[in-house]
Write a protein that binds this ligand. Structure first.
Ligand SMILES: Cc1ncc(C[n+]2csc(CCOP(=O)(O)OP(=O)(O)O)c2C)c(N)n1
Ligand code: SF4
Ligand code: SF4
Ligand code: SF4
Length: 744
């Protein structure tokens, strides 16, 4: 709207967009000013003449009418009629509308968008723009209409005539769709909506003082004095959000489920989970809580898939991946809505599921995906784009190693969806154990994580020294001496079951002597968590790994210390809108490579392997889950540096985001992305894990928007570049296949 006013009138215009760090379904507040005089305001709008709300679920969540001027206008997008819309507002909104004589309009954008199925649910902004010009009268409507049509043609030109025409049709349909809502003279007998409760009464002080106002878009009102002095904030808070953003959510049909755990492994948001439940724990289950007998079965456990419908994004990845869904007659995951699932008590079920014991394994182990998915994800409900290819890898790290993990995160999508303020997707077990996470800079993340490893080693050395001193002290009680000695026996192999049992025992005995005044004992108590070695993970994107942080990674790999580097390879700088990195393959269109990248994808795996003492793996979860799982476990177990390149489809690829896991499979089958592991601990270190390519390489790349675009952005060179892309990929595969013989 502001662009049209700026371009098609003589008015001056100003726009400022305040948005949060969610990658999709985030809240954006547009502060728009225009007028006949030059605009010199450098502050946000506090007293608007016009407020427009494009999502009716914001009612009761945010103070939408704050500061609105007397006689102002409120425009809402909702499915409600002009007779009923008013009663869906909260009481304070209703009072403001009556007291300030606000004109209230409603438009049902979704019903108009539905008539253009090709728009795939998008277009609310277009509808709201038409409604705005219609009710504001700010410029003659015919003039605005002409501007909107021209702007639409320009904006969607690249996407083709079909998309342009659908948007033009949407504009036409919206012209007469806006209705003035009937506002009663008084509130007597008028219903109203309750404000949405974000935080329970027994929540922590942090949740009440920081999270609650931030969630209400009132973060600017929090005094600096309320913030933590060192920037440390609690984890386990993204579960408070319950954003309820999904237009559709999966429903589990237990009778068709084959208990594979694939849905849980594929979900980018940890919104669908699997658990084994011991029989006696089902005693108090709500009636609606359906389970099936677990297979294999150790002691009569039951198996359950639980959808967290208010945390789901509706991305569709689980539905796409569920193997039982291949049979249209008997699908294990079918589509439903939050409202229907809530009515079927799924929210009650979810609460019960959540409170049940976690990590019940029965006869399973974490050596299979099914087993690994029985562990609680310690990374949940991130604000990544719906269907993101990166987050399932981060979640997997959290499930396998989270209780002892320390994460150093490079700047990139992963730092944004992992470090969102004030709610954090990293979380803890019921016993309070979970990953510690920090983000330093784009350019120094490997060194940052390396520093964490050195600090862990230093703390462990100190713990060992002081534990030894306590053991040697003749005043030390026998049970304490015995427990510390046993814990130290497992010091160098500290993650086995026996080691953990010995450490737990030592901690219990240390607690028994908590009041004893001894400096050596105090040091042991302070560092007792380091009886178990930490799992240091250094995480970032391909831009970080190949370009900006490369020098640091190379240096850290060369130091031969036990760190695990995870490269989330989207083949572009995703967080900043898709600029080419050295990992972008030949022929792909990206920013800074609009005519298609002319050069080869850097072979950083090969470069890392050349050290000979670095564990290297290339994985694609949707292509081979078992191989990915193996690589993560081998990397962690390897007592030296490890680096994993994980293929991560992204919105920047121009693909259907409900198929991000299938896309990984297609990429591997076409010979586009390699699967291999190089484990220096093995006599024969290199293993090639992919089958020989089947299907056409070019057909695969041309099915993705980023390659398809080449025919438009660089028609003269397109065919040549497609050909070069195929040759480059073949060369790359040939090099890898020869490596088994070359590097031993
Ligand atoms: C030194 C530096 N340069 C540029 C940026 C801006 N920046 C932030 S994230 C990002 C892209 C990250 O891309 P990548 O490492 O591939 O991770 P992805 O977002 O794809 O996960 C850029 C360029 C920065 N933060 N620091
Ligand atoms: S639809 Fe997407 S977010 Fe929702 S449960 Fe399935 S995979 Fe997870
Ligand atoms: S992917 Fe389908 S079959 Fe497998 S556990 Fe999930 S719902 Fe069941
Ligand atoms: S990696 Fe791509 S899909 Fe994932 S959050 Fe970033 S931009 Fe979105």
């Amino acid at each position: 709207s502001i662009k049209i006013i700026g371009q098609y009138t003589n008015k001056d215009a100003q726009a400022y967009f305040a948005y949060d760090s969610k990658k999709s379904f985030g809240v954006t507040v547009s502060h728009l000013r225009f007028g006949d005089k030059a605009i010199k305001s450098t502050y946000l709008i506090t007293a608007p003449d016009f407020v427009s709300c494009s999502t009716h679920s914001y009612i009761g969540r945010y103070d939408l009418l704050k500061g609105i001027k007397e006689g102002g206008v409120f425009l809402l997008n909702s499915p409600w009629s002009k007779e009923e819309a008013f009663s869906h507002l909260t009481r304070d909104m209703q009072e403001t509308i009556i007291n300030k004589k606000i004109k209230f309009y409603n438009i049902d954008a979704e019903s108009l968008i539905e008539k253009q199925p090709g728009l795939r649910g998008k277009g609310a902004n277009t509808v709201m723009m038409v409604a705005y010009f219609k009710v504001s009268g700010i410029i003659p409507f015919e003039q605005a209409l002409e501007g909107m049509r021209e702007m639409t043609k320009k904006t969607f030109k690249k996407k083709g005539d079909d998309v342009v025409n659908m948007n033009l049709a949407l504009i036409d349909a919206a012209v007469d769709a806006c209705e003035e809502v009937i506002v009663p003279a008084s509130l007597d007998g008028v219903c109203s909506a309750d404000p949405v409760k974000f935080i329970s009464d027994d929540a922590s002080e942090f949740a009440k003082k920081i999270i609650e106002p931030s969630m209400r878009q009132k973060g600017d009102d929090i005094p600096v004095s309320a913030m933590s002095v060192d920037g440390v904030i609690p984890t386990g808070t993204s579960c408070l959000e319950k954003r309820a953003i999904a237009p559709r959510v999966p429903h589990w049909n237990s009778e068709a489920c084959i208990q594979c755990g694939i849905c849980a492994s594929a979900c980018p948001h940890a919104a669908i989970r699997t658990k084994l439940i011991e029989k006696e724990n089902l005693k108090d289950a709500p009636e609606s809580f359906n389970t099936i007998e677990a297979k294999p079965n150790a002691n009569g456990e039951h198996f359950k898939v639980q959808v967290y419908c208010k945390d789901c994004t509706g991305c569709g990845v689980c539905v796409d991946q569920c193997p039982a869904n291949k049979n249209p007659e008997k699908q294990a995951l079918t589509w439903s809505t939050i409202e229907k699932e809530e009515a079927a008590c799924e929210v009650v079920n979810e609460k019960f599921f959540d409170e049940l014991p976690d990590n019940v394994m029965g006869k399973n182990t974490t050596k299979t995906i099914k087993g690994a998915m029985l562990r609680k994800p310690l990374f949940e409900f991130s604000g990544a784009c719906a269907g993101c290819g990166e987050t399932p890898y981060v979640k997997l790290v959290s499930q396998l190693f989270g209780e002892n993990a320390i994460v150093a995160n490079a700047t990139g999508c992963s730092s944004i969806y992992s470090g969102t303020f004030p709610t954090i997707p990293y979380t803890t077990t019921k016993a309070g154990r979970g990953p510690a996470w920090a983000n330093s800079l784009f350019e120094d993340n490997a060194e940052f994580g390396f520093g964490m490893r050195l600090a862990v080693e230093q703390n462990r050395d100190t713990l060992r020294t002081f534990a030894q001193k306590v053991i040697e002290n003749e005043k030390t009680p026998a049970d304490l001496r015995e427990a510390l000695t046993e814990a130290l026996t497992h010091f160098d192999n500290s993650k086995t079951e026996e080691a953990v049992a010995a450490q737990d025992k030592a901690k219990a005995v240390l607690a028994k002597y908590a009041d004893v005044d001894c400096a050596d004992l105090a040091k042991v108590r302070e560092l007792q968590d380091y009886f178990t070695d930490k799992s240091v993970w250094i995480i970032g994107g391909d831009g970080w790994a190949n370009d900006i942080g490369y020098g640091g990674i190379d240096h850290v790999l060369a130091q031969n210390k036990n760190v695990n580097i995870l490269v989330l390879d989207t083949e572009v700088y995703s967080n900043t809108g898709g600029q080419a990195s050295k990992s972008t393959p030949t022929g792909a269109v990206a920013k800074f490579a609009t005519g298609g990248k002319k050069t080869y994808k850097k072979n950083m795996g090969l470069m890392s392997m050349s050290y000979g003492y670095v564990y290297v793996a290339s994985v694609a979860l949707g292509a081979d889950r078992a191989q990915t799982l193996k690589a993560f476990q081998e990397a962690e177990a390897y007592d030296g540096p490890s680096i994993i390149f994980a293929y991560a489809p992204c919105i920047a690829h121009g693909i259907d985001m409900s198929k991000t896991q299938t896309e990984q499979k297609r990429a591997v089958e076409a010979g586009y992305f390699p699967l291999y592991r190089y484990n220096p601990a093995n006599e024969q270190p290199f293993s090639w894990d992919a089958k020989d390519p089947k299907g056409s390489y070019q057909e695969f790349i041309k099915s993705e928007g980023r390659y398809k675009q080449l025919a438009k952005t660089n028609p003269d060179a397109a065919e040549e570049l497609y050909q070069k892309a195929e040759e480059d990929a073949a060369k790359r595969m040939a090099v890898f296949k020869a490596i088994g013989e070359l590097i031993k």
